[in-house]
Write a protein that binds this ligand. Structure first.
Ligand code: 6PG
Length: 218
């Protein structure tokens, strides 16, 4: 992949600065890695007027559930700032109805292309809730799909943006940390693109913010 790879001891800080400087339509990633970035971005910028927050994916749970990606972003960022418009994925509707509802919202009030999409990376090299071997990874028409059986914990069904939406983004920012991600990072950023490593199919204006353990095999 052609990416601007930046390795530092504190990639969360650079991610927070890039996020705090963002405008337009911004898709927030799930998982645990971005929490610190969200907390720091909330300190760096109080007024997010002009920003529409979307989500790359969600677990099919209520927004106050411990596994809710919205819940994490709400606690770490959204509840601490003002001015932004937030487009939550309604995971509680289930994979099919939730995906259809979010696709409608994207169609009705969303952009042709997101301005900034944040991505984490699973140890299996999945992005969003696009897991290796799952048909959702091959979707090219729909912008949002449901995933009945995720390839990784938490083992609850998911709702996810599809690859064309990610790749159409003005900028794509990976934030990846930890030794357990080193193999996935190599497969995504060093090896040839391969559907068995969904992250390697990302293509566009990509910046990858990594810590040294995650970048160890590059
Ligand atoms: C999700 C995410 C997923 C995440 C990776 C990394 O809902 O799980 O969107 O794509 O980014 O699984 O997760 P961690 O940051 O927790 O390692």
């Amino acid at each position: 992949m052609n990416a601007d790879i930046r390795v530092s001891d504190d990639p969360a800080q650079e991610a927070a600065e890039l996020l705090a400087a963002a405008g337009g339509h911004v898709a927030l990633t799930g998982g645990s890695t971005p929490r610190i970035t969200y907390e720091r971005a909330a300190v760096l910028r109080e007024d997010w007027s002009g920003v529409d927050f979307w989500f790359t994916d969600e677990r099919c749970v209520p927004p106050d559930h411990e596994h809710s990606n919205f819940g994490l972003a709400e606690r770490a960022l959204l509840s601490r700032v003002t001015g932004a418009t937030v487009h939550r994925i309604r995971g509680e509707l289930g994979p099919e109805d939730g995906a259809a509802a979010y696709e409608n919202e994207l169609d009705e009030v969303g952009p042709e292309a997101l301005d900034l999409t944040l991505l984490g990376l699973g140890p299996d090299a999945h992005i969003c809730s696009l897991f290796p071997g799952d048909e959702a990874l091959g979707e090219r028409e729909r912008r949002v799909v449901g995933v009945e059986t995720p390839g990784m914990a938490p083992l609850v069904s998911r709702i996810t943006l599809t690859l064309p939406v990610v790749n159409a983004s003005g900028q794509i920012m990976f934030l990846v940390a930890g030794e357990n991600k080193a193999d996935a990072v190599k497969r995504v950023f060093a090896d040839a693109a391969d559907p068995s490593a969904p992250g390697s199919l990302v293509d566009g204006n990509v910046v990858a913010l990594l810590d040294p353990p995650a970048a160890a095999l590059l």
